[in-house]
Design a protein around this ligand. Structure first.
Ligand SMILES: *[C@@H]1O[C@H](CO)[C@@H](O)[C@H](O)[C@H]1NC(C)=O
Length: 333
């Protein structure tokens, strides 16, 4: 299966075949200890796998992202950056091997609706707006090591085993070695309507108040529904030799610490605003009227590796062989 096929197969299960949505498929951009949202200007505590616009650096702002010279994603208008913690394999001798990051799919999905007094479902509600220009948000928590079944944020992260003999999806890492693993994160779909960011990078957005983590009616505190953003990050876990266990770059061997960062860098907000209405018919993004079709030959574009405009730091993150400690010396905890 290609990345795209497996992403689409997963989608049917994850969000229902009838959902209004479009996807952004991205090649890897870089992996290093950078996080311009949580740790601007300094090394992050852990390595991230990053896709999207080539302006990604220690300090990227949404305005700088929009001015990037290229993107690894297949929609030329999308200079956003999407990232998650990198996955490592910890061998039985304790050393760490970088697991090959293969790329990602980001879904923009119509799943939530605005708060309105007395509204209990989204059946006749107006559709959500696109994430506003410059929106920044996080989902998940790098300190999580347990699961709270009543927490939408805990439910919003999961792992899929892509394998001829898969194990069920789980909030933990899969319980066996899989040909590939997909790390999934579903962002909050409700916005306060005012702030593009907040000190926690979370409190200006919220999960629905009525419904589920992945759709429903927004709370009065965060009344404005936005298109739901859902990431799938793919890893080549099948090529690991003498499989022992997976860990995230933050030192988590459970999988519960999976989290993700969103930095909205679309260069044409109108095109993004119109994408659900114009790109989700039978021909999808290939429809002639699709607002994202501004690339070569009137196509949305295609994904390809690109060079970072500011080179990544030279820290050895394991690209050339096993390393004795996770970058940043994160203990397994
Ligand atoms: C679990 O999550 C719910 C909903 O967010 C929260 O009210 C509750 O306090 C959490 N429980 C624990 C033990 O953290």
């Amino acid at each position: 299966m290609t990345l795209k096929q497996s992403a689409l197969a997963a989608l049917a299960a994850a969000v229902g075949a009838q959902a209004q949505l479009f996807t952004v498929n991205c090649s890897p951009l870089t992996q290093f200890r950078g996080d311009p949202i949580v740790s601007p200007g300094i090394l992050s505590s852990h390595v991230h796998a990053v896709v999207g616009g080539t302006a990604f650096s220690f300090n990227t702002t949404p305005a700088q992202a929009r001015a990037a010279t290229a993107t690894t994603c297949d929609k030329v208008l999308d200079q956003s950056n999407y990232w998650q913690p990198q996955v490592y394999h910890q061998r039985t001798d304790g050393q760490f091997e970088l697991v090959t990051f293969q790329g990602s799919a980001t879904y923009y999905i119509q799943r939530a609706c605005d708060y309105a007094p007395g509204r209990t479902n989204c059946d006749s509600a107006p559709p959500p707006i696109a994430p506003p220009q410059g929106l920044i948000m996080l989902v998940g928590d790098l300190n999580r090591r347990t699961f709270n079944a009543s927490s939408f944020e805990d439910q919003a992260i999961s792992h899929v085993c892509i394998d001829p003999n898969p194990v069920p999806d789980s909030n933990t890492f899969p319980s066996k070695q899989c040909q590939r693993m997909r790390s999934e994160t579903f962002f909050p779909s409700c916005w306060d309507g005012v702030n593009l960011d907040s000190s926690t990078h979370k409190s200006h957005v919220a999960f629905p108040a009525i419904g589920a983590y992945n759709g429903g009616v927004c709370p009065q505190s965060h009344p404005k529904a936005i298109l739901s953003v859902f990431y799938e990050f793919f890893y080549d876990t099948g090529s690991i030799q003498n499989y022992n266990r997976l860990v995230y770059a933050d030192g988590d061997a459970t999988g519960y610490s999976l989290h993700a960062d969103y930095l909205q860098g679309w260069t044409d907000q109108n095109a993004l605003n119109n994408a659900i209405a114009t790109c989700t018919g039978p021909n999808g993004v290939l429809d002639k009227g699709c607002s994202l079709n501004v690339g070569p030959n009137g196509s949305p574009g295609s994904s390809s590796p690109q060079k970072l405009q500011t080179p990544a730091p030279t820290e050895n993150i394991g690209l050339n062989g096993p390393i004795s400690a996770l970058p940043g010396n994160n203990p397994i905890h």
